[in-house]
Design a protein around this ligand. Sequence first.
Ligand SMILES: [Zn+2]
Length: 272
Amino acid sequence: MNNNPYHNYDHGIAVMQAVNCFVKQLLQHLGEHLFNNTTRFCLLLSGLCHDVAHTGKTNAYEANSLSTLAIRYHDRVVLEQHHAATTVKILRDSSTNILCNFSDQDFRSFRKQLISNILATDMQEHFKMLKELESRIEQYGNDPEDLSLLCGMITHTADFNGTARKWPQSQLWSEKINQEYRAQYEDEGKKGYPQQPFMKDLDKLHVMSKNEMGFIKVIVRPLYYQMNVFGKGAFQICVNNLDETILEWDKLYQKEIQEFEQQEQQKKQESK
Ligand SMILES: [Zn+2]
């Protein structure tokens, strides 16, 4: 794992730990039949490795900078393909192949699920997957693709575990990702690449608070909410944490925007 402020070893470990917690909760709420041990192990490994060898930049940056990875994967789901391929490469190396006792056939099906789980962390798939899960809740288990969808959703949901923790930890994880975004925005400016509008002015706390609040309301909370409906209450603690975190960001935003506007007014008056 690279030494990025957010996409580093700690994030990999945190996602693996969250996957384990979600699986345990789902088994408790829905029954032991939900996953076998190989599926559980594949989920843990997917969580740990889903961002392996991350560049600390977004897919948009990779494409705009015509990076080696963007060229290799034709701008399509660049980083997620890179993480999945790197994981499989590590598993194919005899010195790091923890699956060496698997038969060829078992390895192939394990690899297929691992790739599917890691690719499910691509944000472009978010709304489609959410809709799919919603439509499958009533008849879950009747379609052979259901398990794959659920495993992808667990990996994707665990990817936001930092945000779904209690407020002080949630705030810390948000600060880490924003630090990475700020560095990318600056780098894009220096190199003349298109800059991502949502990364602008993140050093201003009112801008960052508003962004975080919006992201949780539109993306993270609906995801945890839907998983909670599917899991019959298995994600309730996370949903409660997210509700509290939205309120905390809002408090911070109201306080900061007031101070910011006062300062701006003062500057105007001084320049008259
Ligand atoms: Zn991640």
